[in-house]
Design a protein. Structure first.
Length: 638
């Protein structure tokens, strides 16, 4: 890789103050109580560079916007931007400057072969789908470069926060960055292609391509389900007069919002700007039909973009409220129409009361364990009403995420628990591809760190103020997550043999443990591993929960119950249950009856041992389950 750059200052046009507050366990962006989007006080600097991807012998020109060097090393959250067909790195000053002034680094790249130079040289044919293949590879190359310790560009060196990266793009560039975050394309033979990269935590799609039936002959194309697999929070910004030169949009103007409507629920936002044409999203002279630009549009796009990034890269709750209460729509008298698809089934507006059973979801709290120099991205699902509730920690399986078991977690929260989930190192959302797959030590430390950080979590999320009962804590998990949870109640690991002292990660603050398909003997676990556990414990397994990794049978999953100290230990063994927990892991294909059994049993266990509920204990009675399930659920209690 090679680089050269020339830095110049960009004039300051926004006047509010952005403050960065570093706490012992987390980083929070401090803002004016009344959030004012896209008004930063930092001086923006700009530098051009050309980098070389030696593996492809391909140059990637870049334009970098960043806070001036006088603002220190940061690190600053960073955005990688992909331009549309026939554009280049020079076409987006209207967005680069306010982002830098608000404390972001932005790298606008040029995709050789589908840029303005290619358009001048080869005409419109240069923008065909054959050029798309290099675009995601360019993005991955830039992401790799930003994470490299050898990066020597003055505005980047030592200043990029590699844990807070988003991608953004316009037109074909929007399709490119959506592909990086999960969108699939369809090959000519009908098979699907994915370019997913786990590093970006959010995506901004400006004027994304809606796809069109006239392009079926292209080697790869968008299809009806392209956007369903976008796996991170997303902002889509469109215009009511965009893509009017295409037959599909002329016949159906609502088609411009197809990328947004095609996404599933999960912190997805739409801003639709009245009368905005395709050139509303660039600074360049259009080569396609277009009338005069409305000078207001660039400001609105910048406001929406900065606010969305503040919400999901900086975990700014005021920014999230600004988005979800549709402030841009209100301030523009409806010229910017807003829609949203949220994880929560209730609006996150400030409210003094909420219906019983409703829940709120805070998806992107970022904590920093400074002792391990490790960031932890956290999701909290909580009762919306007033009260003080027990805390449940839940640990996902290898390759899972903080969003797993959403239907079950929501059921617990609606029943009076604050549920906290974090992305471990192997998470599909925020993982390190080089992380050890079975890093049980750091998983246990992650969970104890969450308990250490309950005050920080409550401080960052005002909706949680006064709700966390830190005296009643449960830990649960799935597969390797069950292993980690069991460590917290005293499971011993004999990594050096039984003749040597075991490794112990017991946390006395945990009052009960729930193990969904836990591991039995082997790889450091022996009959002695569970014999001193004195805390209540629920072990759940089923006839189809055999281990593909070890080859052990489903009965192997029951060994933590078999060898544990017989004090309030429960085993639920369900005939027909597999490790997907009847679709509850990812909320797909669930069987209503079996799902209900799992919800009922797990909630009864938490109620019995974290709320001292006699009714909960009664629901765990073996004879009750034998009758209710027709023998399909076997329950043992010791």
């Amino acid at each position: 890789m090679q680089g050269n750059s020339v830095i110049r200052c960009v004039s300051l046009t926004f006047l509010a103050v952005v403050g960065v507050l570093l706490a012992a366990t987390k980083e929070v962006v401090a803002r004016d109580p009344e959030y004012r989007p896209a008004r930063g006080s930092m001086t923006a600097a700009m530098a051009d560079a050309t980098w070389t991807d030696a593996s492809r012998n391909r140059e990637v020109p870049a334009r970098i916007y960043a806070p001036g060097l006088e603002h220190g090393r940061g690190p600053f959250p960073t955005v990688v931007f992909s331009h549309g067909g026939g554009e280049s790195r020079e076409a987006f000053d209207y967005l680069g400057s306010p982002l830098a002034q608000n404390g972001y680094i932005v790298v606008f790249m040029t995709h050789r072969g589908s840029d303005r130079e290619a358009l001048r040289r080869d005409g419109i044919r240069s923008l065909g789908a054959s050029a798309f293949e290099d675009r995601p590879k360019d993005i991955v190359f830039v992401l790799d470069r930003l994470q490299s310790p050898k990066v020597d560009d003055e505005l980047l060196a030592g200043r990029v926060d590699t844990d807070r990266i988003a991608v953004a793009g316009q037109c074909a560039g929007a399709s490119t960055v959506l592909a990086i975050t999960g969108l699939t394309t369809k090959r000519a033979n009908g098979t699907l292609r994915s370019y997913r990269d786990p590093r970006p935590k959010a995506v901004v799609a400006l004027s994304p391509q809606p796809g069109a039936v006239t392009r079926r002959r292209m080697p790869e194309s968008l299809h009806d389900d392209s956007w369903k697999t976008v796996a991170v929070p997303a902002l889509v910004v469109t215009g009511t007069k965009d893509f009017r030169w295409t037959q599909g949009v002329r016949q159906n103007p609502a088609m411009v919002n197809r990328p947004y409507t095609g996404m599933t629920t999960g912190d997805k936002y739409l801003v639709e700007i009245a009368d905005a044409e395709h050139h509303a999203f660039t600074d360049s002279t259009p080569y396609y039909p277009g009338g005069p630009r409305d000078p207001r549009h660039h400001g609105w796009i910048a406001q929406a973009t900065v606010t969305f990034l503040d919400a999901y890269l900086r975990d700014d709750q005021a920014a999230r409220t600004w988005l979800q209460t549709k402030r841009l729509q209100a301030s523009t008298n409806g010229e910017c129409r807003q829609e949203q698809k949220l994880e929560s089934n209730v609006a996150r507006e400030e409210t003094s009361s909420a219906p019983s059973g409703d829940v709120g979801v805070i998806d992107t709290i970022r904590l920093m364990d400074r002792e391990r120099n490790k960031p932890l991205h956290v999701r909290v699902t909580h009762p919306s009403g007033e009260g003080r509730f027990p805390v449940l920690l839940f640990s996902h399986c290898v390759g899972g995420s903080r969003r797993d078991f959403e239907p079950l977690i929501r059921h617990w929260a609606a029943s009076g628990y604050v549920c906290i989930q974090a992305d471990h190192s192997d998470s599909r959302l925020a993982g390190d591809p080089n992380a050890r797959r079975l890093d049980f030590r750091n998983r246990a430390r992650d969970l104890s760190f969450l308990i250490d950080s309950l005050g920080a979590i409550e401080e960052e999320a005002p909706d949680l103020e006064g709700k966390l009962n830190r005296e009643r804590i449960g830990a649960g998990g799935h597969l390797i997550g069950a292993y980690a949870s069991c460590l917290l109640v005293g499971m011993k690991v004999y990594t050096r043999g039984e003749s040597r002292a075991p490794e112990v990660f017991k946390d006395e603050r945990v009052d009960a443990a729930m193990l969904l398909s836990p591991q039995g003997r082997g790889q450091g676990l022996t009959e002695r591993s569970w014999d001193t556990i004195a805390k209540p414990m629920l072990v759940m397994a089923g006839s189809e929960t055999a281990s593909r990794r070890t080859g052990n049978s489903a009965q192997w999953r029951t060994e933590p119950f078999t060898f544990a100290r017989p004090v309030d230990k429960y085993l639920f063994f369900i005939d027909g249950l597999d490790n997907r927990y009847d679709g509850l892991v990812l909320d797909r294909g669930s069987d209503d009856e079996m799902s209900e059994w799992i919800r009922t049993a797990t909630l009864a266990f938490w109620d019995a041992h974290l709320k001292d509920s006699s009714d909960g204990k009664g629901q765990l009675a073996p004879e009750r389950w034998q009758k209710a399930s027709g023998g399909q659920v076997e329950v043992q209690h010791r």
